[in-house]
Design a protein around this ligand. Structure first.
Ligand code: GLN
Length: 446
């Protein structure tokens, strides 16, 4: 813990992965842990980790990188973080993110943008950019992020670390500040697949506090990492290598697929024909859910309240006008419009139907194959400012990650070499609750 905090102190002024560093508490906690407990010592005992600032931590500021929650100190702890606490991990701090997890570059943080440790002129990805960057910078061995449309996998890919989005329902969302509740999942970042499996093991499992939490048996993920992928059937979707992909990125991913093939996996091309609708579908559904979830920030119940209001309605308006950033406002407006009467059938309902088609594409492929393998993102980390003026190009960046959330499936991104001197991510997607399989494939590749 001491070494981690020292590394944070040395380099985080350049990377800016943290919104809050809990140095004092961490050292005090670590000191107590010097007296080892009797019996078995949990895997994460004494290991420093970082938590994205949209997961509630009792007594510690949880801002979602938004001005509206700039002073919010939650009275309770998210279940996933509680589960880490049970193993006595040491909280190093809360990481920077795009405001309310809306973004792909960390440039939507209302405090400051995080830099990519590989090249400070480039973005770390988003929205869990701080959690990816702190692991990539070697500050801490692991962190937690959240993934609604790629926010764990894409920054993992951009920062050259492992990042995993579990099956919807595997990890409790209790205490995760809601963005789009039917898509949000918490998951780990780590330097390698083994550490990723250990953290997933700690945070997975049923929670009665989350009504969408799944009652499934949690397997031993570490035991699954046996390197045996002989005869495993890998599907390569042609739509994930179509226009828009950087040829260098495609080349690295194809080389990685060859490595899997050389270990005995059977590789075949497939089609996921509704992929082209995924981005449009997501950018209707996610803002619709967000517009509803973010209605709670009214200046009464949480966080910051605007001063100088003339009456209650004026107070709501001023609080929300001052408290939310441009991207959050854009999504609230889009979502409110899509849900309004008269437009609901044309937009929201249709997007839900398209969501089903996208899920069925995957169902069909998984009748024959064990995993789907693809790039995580069409490019390597882009330069700061390159896309921030144009939301549409920013949204298109999520093309390979979004379908996985829409279908509720697990996905992992593992580093697979460099293009233009920057890391490339290999995405491995599995059937629902087949985390063991995708971890096994990722581990065999790594
Ligand atoms: N980039 C996507 C968005 O802006 C995904 C974000 C996420 O997964 N939280 O919505």
């Amino acid at each position: 813990a001491e070494a981690a905090l020292q590394r944070i102190e040395e380099s985080d002024n350049k990377i800016k992965a943290y919104l809050t560093v809990t140095a004092e508490q961490a050292l005090a906690h670590a000191k107590k842990l010097d007296n080892l407990p009797d019996g078995e010592i949990p895997l994460l005992y004494g290991i420093p980790g970082a938590i994205k600032d949209n997961m509630c931590t009792e007594g510690i500021k949880t801002t979602c990188a938004s001005q509206i929650l700039a002073n919010y100190i939650p009275p309770y702890t998210a279940t996933a973080v509680k589960k880490l606490n049970e193993q006595n991990y040491v909280l190093a701090g809360k990481t920077n993110m795009d405001e309310f997890a809306m973004g792909s570059s960390n440039e939507n943080s209302s405090f400051f943008p995080t830099k990519n440790p590989w090249d400070p002129e480039r973005v770390p990805g988003g929205s869990s950019g701080g959690s990816a960057a702190t692991v990539a910078a070697g500050h801490v061995p692991f962190s937690l992020g959240s993934d609604t449309g790629g926010s764990i996998r894409q920054p993992a890919s951009y920062c050259g670390v492992v990042g995993m989005k579990p099956t919807y329902g595997l990890v409790s969302r209790f205490g995760l500040v809601a963005f789009a509740s039917s898509l949000d999942q918490i998951g780990p970042f780590a330097r390698n697949v083994e550490d990723t499996a250990a953290v997933l093991q700690a945070i997975a499992g049923y929670d009665k506090m989350d009504s969408t939490s799944a009652k499934v048996e949690i397997p031993n993920y570490l035991a699954a990492l046996n390197g045996d992928i002989k005869g495993l059937r890998i599907a390569i979707p042609e739509e994930y290598f179509a226009e828009g992909i950087d040829p260098e990125v495609a080349a690295r991913v194809k080389e990685a697929i060859k490595v899997l093939e050389s270990q005995g996996a059977i590789v075949e091309e497939v089609t996921l024909p509704h992929t082209k609708y995924a981005v449009a579908c997501y950018y209707l559904l996610a803002p619709a859910e967000a517009s509803s979830n973010l209605a709670r920030y009214d200046g009464v119940r949480y966080g910051v309240r605007a001063e100088d209001a003339e009456n209650l309605i004026d107070m709501y308006k001023k609080t929300r006008a001052q408290g939310f950033g441009a991207e959050v406002k854009r999504r609230i407006m889009l979502g409110t419009y899509a849900l309004s009467s008269g437009y609901y059938d044309a937009y929201y309902l249709r997007a839900q139907k398209v969501r089903t088609l996208i899920k069925q594409d995957f169902d069909k492929v998984f009748e024959k194959y064990d995993v789907v393998v693809s790039p995580t993102a069409p490019t390597v980390a882009f330069k700061s400012g390159e896309k921030s003026h144009d939301p549409m190009t920013m949204y298109l960046n999520d093309i390979y990650t979004i379908p996985v959330n829409l279908a509720g499936l697990p996905g992992i991104s593992v580093p697979c070499g460099l293009a233009h001197g920057m890391p490339v991510g290999l995405q491995i997607i599995g059937k629902a609750f087949s985390e063991s399989t995708i971890l096994k494939v990722a581990h065999a590749y790594e």
